[in-house]
Design a protein around this ligand. Structure first.
Ligand code: GDD
Length: 441
């Protein structure tokens, strides 16, 4: 009879230690999140009442025995100081550190540059989460698959439509064993509709040697082409040049490492049937807000507003906001600190950011109202709903691609009785006439 020792369990019976890394990017990324990222780094933007990276951290905190989370990016150190201070109080069992790249090093370059920090304390494996995804982060299920298969890497996958698949990393796997057989980043032709969710679990023994051999390959055979990133795949009005794709030191997990891993390593995929979205454009914060609110509602979160005749759940209202009892709010609405909502207002599928004022009898639908903005009486600020399972927030109106979600940047004003429809409005604009399908600069 053979005695089976659980995979990866240490000989002395102690639990294998696990860390987590959140890839937060830097100021040259997230350009499609403008105009909102003009005033706040995207990872700190609040959906469902909390910064985007708080949702990652909360999921990590549910994995037993994780004691350290490294946020890796190339924003200035000061950017995450308050977030780390607040989160350290909220998750006292976890040490949270920010590791700053001296320049954009790519999704694998940052991991490799900070390998000593990641390896400190000798973790046997670590999660890597792209900060710009919204999902239920089934990390414990990934951990279970990792242990069951004695894996070197596990990737989180989800099914999308064939049309959408080529915007992501595509995975071909063995349905029975769940082994990844083939991986292609943003392929030109269709190979699979199982895509990379941007969440991984790597064995420390395996990932760093894989990155090292990718560096060696690079030195032996320098790359001629720039990388496809979704930042340069989908042209956008708000887009800058992708500085990272010009930087020859950049190493990307997706193109440089994962394809080779599929050939040679114990690489598995955990397919989630739960929700998953990218948070790329500013408009995509609205579906992310809705999905996280629904998750909070299902888990009975006490943070949400109590349902009533005028509160259609799920709704988050910050305790410092003032909402008139005759205003009808929800579903899927977040109202930020010190916001004032007047009588007779209707708000649905929207985010209203702090210090804004929504005057009486106005209507805000499928929209984001920027910090300190004002929506006049009887005004309408509205976007267009997109299909629930859609992975894009742009729609075609009169032959032109526009945002389905209306976004007002910081300190915008919408006059009384003015209608704003499918517009993106840069900060400090005063809208005194009706506008539709425009970028207001
Ligand atoms: N620290 C650091 N340094 N983070 C980075 C860097 C960098 O140089 N470059 C990107 N990131 C972070 C971004 O902030 C984001 O959280 C994540 O890494 C991935 O960003 P992109 O490189 O823009 O990739 P993508 O979003 O186009 O595609 C990736 O994610 C998809 C899922 O959302 C790929 O992994 C796809 O395969 C995947 O489907």
């Amino acid at each position: 009879m053979s005695l089976e020792i659980p995979h990866r369990a240490k000989a002395n019976g102690a639990t294998a230690s696990t860390k987590a890394v959140i890839l937060v990017g830097g100021p040259s990324r997230g350009t499609r999140f403008r105009p909102l990222s003009l005033d706040l780094p995207k990872p700190l933007f609040e959906v469902a009442g909390h910064p985007i990276i708080w949702h990652c951290l909360t999921a990590i905190a549910k994995v037993p025995h994780i004691q350290e989370v490294c946020m890796i990016g190339y924003y200035d150190e000061s950017v995450f100081r308050d977030f780390i201070k607040d989160s350290s109080k909220e998750f006292p069992q976890i040490k949270i550190v920010y590791l700053r790249e001296y320049q954009a090093l790519g999704t694998a370059g940052g991991l490799y540059h900070f390998r000593d920090a990641i390896l400190k304390g000798r973790p046997e494996r670590f999660f890597v989460l792209n900060a710009d995804v919204c999902c239920s982060f089934p990390l414990n299920d990934m951990l279970k698959l990792f242990e069951d298969k004695d894996a070197e890497a596990v990737i989180l996958g989800t099914r999308v439509t064939e049309d959408a698949a080529s915007n992501f990393g595509c995975i071909v796997s063995d349905a029975h064993s769940k082994r990844v057989l083939h991986y292609v980043e943003k392929p030109e032709s269709h190979i699979s509709n199982l895509i990379n969710c941007g969440v991984y679990l790597f064995s420390t023994d395996s990932i760093f040697p894989s990155i090292r051999s990718a560096i060696k390959k690079r030195t032996d055979r320098p790359r001629l082409l720039s990388y496809p990133s979704s930042e340069n795949l989908e042209s956008s009005f708000f887009q800058d040049d992708d500085e990272e794709s010009k930087n020859s030191e950049v190493l990307r997990l997706e193109q440089d490492i994962l394809s080779d891993m599929a050939d040679s390593k114990q690489f598995y995929v955990h397919e989630t049937k739960d929700f998953w979205r990218q948070i790329k454009t500013a408009g995509s914060a609205v579906p992310a807000n809705a999905l996280y609110l629904q998750k909070a509602w299902q888990s009975g979160s006490s943070e949400l507003a109590a349902p009533s005749a005028n509160i259609l759940p799920p709704v988050f209202i910050h305790p410092t906001a003032t909402v008139d009892p005759t205003a009808k709010i929800g579903p899927n609405v977040s109202i930020g600190p010190r916001v004032t909502v007047g009588p007779g207002v209707r708000i649905k599928e929207a985010i209203v950011l702090e210090d804004s004022e929504i005057k009486h009898d106005s209507c805000v639908l499928y929209s984001i109202i920027g910090w300190n903005s004002r929506v006049g009486a009887w005004a309408r600020v509205e976007g267009t709903p997109t299909p629930v399972n859609s992975h894009t927030t742009s729609i075609v109106k009169n032959g032109v691609k526009v945002q389905s979600i209306t976004i007002l940047g910081k300190e915008c004003g919408v006059g009384d009785e003015v209608r704003v429809q499918n517009c993106v409005c840069l900060p400090f604009k005063e809208l005194k006439r009706d506008v539709a399908n425009e970028v207001i600069m």
